[in-house]
Design a protein around this ligand. Structure first.
Ligand SMILES: Cc1cc2nc3c(=O)[nH]c(=O)nc-3n(C[C@H](O)[C@H](O)[C@H](O)COP(=O)(O)OP(=O)(O)OC[C@H]3O[C@@H](n4cnc5c(N)ncnc54)[C@H](O)[C@@H]3O)c2cc1C
Ligand SMILES: *[C@@H]1O[C@H](CO)[C@@H](O)[C@H](O)[C@H]1NC(C)=O
Ligand SMILES: *[C@@H]1O[C@H](CO)[C@@H](O)[C@H](O)[C@H]1NC(C)=O
Ligand SMILES: *[C@@H]1O[C@H](CO)[C@@H](O)[C@H](O)[C@H]1NC(C)=O
Ligand SMILES: *[C@@H]1O[C@H](CO)[C@@H](O)[C@H](O)[C@H]1NC(C)=O
Ligand SMILES: *[C@@H]1O[C@H](CO)[C@@H](O)[C@H](O)[C@H]1NC(C)=O
Ligand SMILES: *[C@@H]1O[C@H](CO)[C@@H](O)[C@H](O)[C@H]1NC(C)=O
Length: 552
């Protein structure tokens, strides 16, 4: 594709939406703690053992865990994808930005002992390997506070600004906000890290009304490799870093110790309908889904269509394999707790259902709704591509590919467990809360699109290659062809759902990728952040560590 040319052609068309992000229409700054000065002298250490001893002294009572320690095991167990589990030398648990600063000063001086590079772990859910390393990991789980830093009266048109620890999990934030009247555009399941989620985009429960998580971030407290603790905003000397963090922030620019993000008013109760059909209902389910995805104009509605192998009349259980059937499931959410509106919006989907389960949630409890689909302890994939338009054929074709994959898993002796495919409905133009154009954020997303996801689950390692092949060469290949055939404005892969085979030009676009290289070279000139996706700066290429190149 040719993103630049298409963007220019479509600019006039897109501006009709008048979209603007929260950070584009505000200008906040916040104080940061003073950086601890020169924690290490040049001759602090000459061996790995000396180095760790010096780090222990400098960090005081901060936990540094090794193999066999409880915390060490707990961190490894939080790595969601089994095939990513890595056992490092040490895991460090900083509690403050100052601790992270000391750690960065240490790593800048002692990195020659750890050629594999340090990793930063948030919630442990991403499958790029960015949070794993055989050397040293900083697990940010103890920097997980949530604070309301500006709290305008509810009758004003302003929303509160939240300060959230870079190592918080979604559940920490929902719990802290419960009863405050404010809500967080956060991950949709309790154990997902706020860190990776916000740095790679952030599709939240209420994205249809308020936009993505990252478009609501207004400032970042970051620790640079030098150990400097800095305030990063779209308007100060670190505006380039802010830009990099709008959809590519986990490519290794620094450690985010706190996010400042605009909240939205708590919607109160959420009505959830889980509607399931058996395969013989395919025609009407696909027709209605396509019509809804094309025509909805209610921002309070957030549905997703799932393909599944389970019993359509007993959807909460994984019954024995031979009793399972291919099942369609609509996860129908409606914000505001109005059952009548729920029925008006989704009543058309009740026809032919094998089961309909109605539930009421608050935002605090909604974080549990999706969790059962995503247990720990398996090999997983969690990858997808987006599409602007939906048709009946789109669902027929994606279902056929999904079905063949699942049948192939069974033929290889595997229980497909929670292997599912989802199509998440996204409101046109992010309801006016997206970026003005594709260059103002690292992830180009001025055009909104529905987001698909294949979530595979398998136990036998010999299936991994088969699962990747099915996803890359069948599902993703189809999704790419479908979207390219529409002649709609360019869209890009949702960064938090990328696979190792996702293409640079389809995630960030060529222009934004070039800019990311410059910013990475400036803030990480020696390529010391080199886990997971590593973009091809001169230093990363020279070290032989780059794995993400310009591809067109
Ligand atoms: C079950 C499940 C549910 C999900 N639900 C959603 C959802 O509802 N919406 C959505 O948009 N996405 C969702 N995702 C995708 C998710 O947002 C990404 O996987 C995200 O990267 C996870 O972040 P993490 O902190 O948990 O992961 P980690 O693997 O810990 O971190 C991801 C990357 O970010 C880096 N990182 C993390 N924190 C920091 C920090 N503070 N400073 C610097 N770098 C940091 C890590 O080094 C790593 O490279 C889900 C994923 C799973 C597996
Ligand atoms: C943002 O605010 C700062 C003062 O805090 C000011 O110096 C700067 O000019 C402002 N920038 C914009 C774009 O409004
Ligand atoms: C570390 O020490 C400080 C005081 O020096 C104390 O406030 C803090 O709770 C201690 N942390 C742990 C994990 O023991
Ligand atoms: C908002 O409510 C406060 C009291 O909480 C009141 O003093 C103020 O006048 C109200 N403002 C508006 C614009 O209604
Ligand atoms: C919504 O529809 C369901 C299923 O038909 C019905 O049981 C329920 O009473 C309806 N609720 C309202 C408020 O209309
Ligand atoms: C995994 O599958 C292969 C066949 O593809 C089989 O030979 C092997 O025994 C299986 N391993 C386990 C642990 O079941
Ligand atoms: C895609 O959907 C948009 C509305 O969201 C519509 O204007 C456009 O015509 C559709 N494109 C195709 C190729 O169907």
């Amino acid at each position: 594709m040719a993103p630049l040319i298409h963007s220019l052609v479509w600019l006039g068309f897109l501006s009709a939406a008048n979209a603007i992000t929260a950070w584009q229409k505000s200008n906040y700054t916040f104080p940061v703690p003073e950086s601890p000065a020169n924690a290490f002298s040049a001759d602090s250490f000459s061996t790995k053992a000396d180095a760790i001893a010096a780090l222990k002294t400098a960090l005081g009572n901060v936990t540094i865990a090794g193999s066999g320690d409880y915390y060490y095991g707990q961190t490894i167990a939080r790595v969601w994808t089994n095939q990513r589990k890595t056992y490092p030398d040490y895991i460090v648990y900083p509690e403050t930005p100052e601790h992270v600063s000391i750690l960065m000063q240490f790593y800048s001086k002692a990195n020659s002992f750890w050629g594999d590079g340090f990793a930063i772990m948030g919630g442990g859910h991403f499958d790029t390997g960015g949070a794993q390393s055989p050397s040293v990991i900083m697990d940010l789980q103890r920097i997980s506070n949530t604070e309301i830093v500006t709290n305008p009266p509810k009758n004003s048109s302003e929303y509160a600004i939240l300060k959230i620890g870079g190592g918080a999990e979604a559940g920490d934030v929902y719990d802290a906000l419960d009863g405050t009247g404010w809500a967080f555009l956060g991950p949709r399941a309790a154990s997902i890290g706020v860190g990776g989620f916000l740095l790679g985009g952030g599709i939240a429960f209420q994205t249809n009304e308020y936009g993505t998580g990252v478009d609501n971030v207004v400032a970042l407290e970051m620790v640079l490799l030098s150990g400097e603790i800095v305030m990063v905003t779209p308007y100060n000397e670190y505006s380039d870093l802010f830009w990099a963090c709008t959809g590519a922030g986990w490519l290794g620019f620094g450690v985010v110790t706190h996010f400042y993000i605009r909240s939205n008013p708590d919607p109160g109760m959420v009505t959830v309908g889980t509607i399931a059909w058996s395969e013989d209902q395919a025609d009407q389910v696909f027709e209605k889904t396509a019509a809804f995805w094309e025509g909805n104009n209610d921002v309070s509605a957030f549905p997703a269509l799932l393909y599944y192998l389970k019993d359509p009349s007993d959807i909460s259980a994984l019954v024995p394999l031979r009793e399972r059937k291919f099942t369609f499931q609509l996860n129908a959410l409606y914000f505001g707790g109005d059952q009548k509106k729920f029925n008006e919006t989704y009543g058309q989907f009740f026809e032919g259902a094998s089961s309909i389960v109605f539930e009421e949630y608050s935002l605090k409890t909604l974080q549990q709704y999706l969790l059962t689909n995503y247990p720990y302890g398996y090999n997983r994939l969690f990858y997808g591509k987006s599409h602007t338009n939906s048709t009946k054929e789109f669902y027929q074709n994606t279902f056929a590919i999904y079905k063949e994959t699942v049948n192939g898993m069974i033929a290889r002796g595997e229980d497909p467990g929670h292997t599912l495919w989802v199509d998440e409905y996204v409101f046109p133009g992010w309801n006016g809360a997206g970026p003005t154009d594709d260059s103002v954020t690292a992830w180009p997303h001025s055009t909104s699109a529905h987001i698909t996801l294949t979530s595979g689950e398998w136990t036998n390692n010999s299936l991994t290659e088969y699962m990747y092949d099915r996803d890359e060469n069948y599902m993703m290949a189809y999704l790419r062809d479908f979207q390219n055939g529409l002649g709609e404005p360019d869209i890009y892969d949702y960064p938090n759902y990328i696979a190792q085979y996702s293409k640079t030009s389809e995630i960030w676009g060529e222009q934004n990728y070039k800019k990311l290289l410059e910013i990475k070279a400036k803030y990480d000139p020696e390529c010391l952040f080199n886990r997971g996706r590593v973009i091809a700066t001169d230093a990363c290429v020279a070290k032989g560590l780059a794995n993400t190149f310009a591809d067109s």
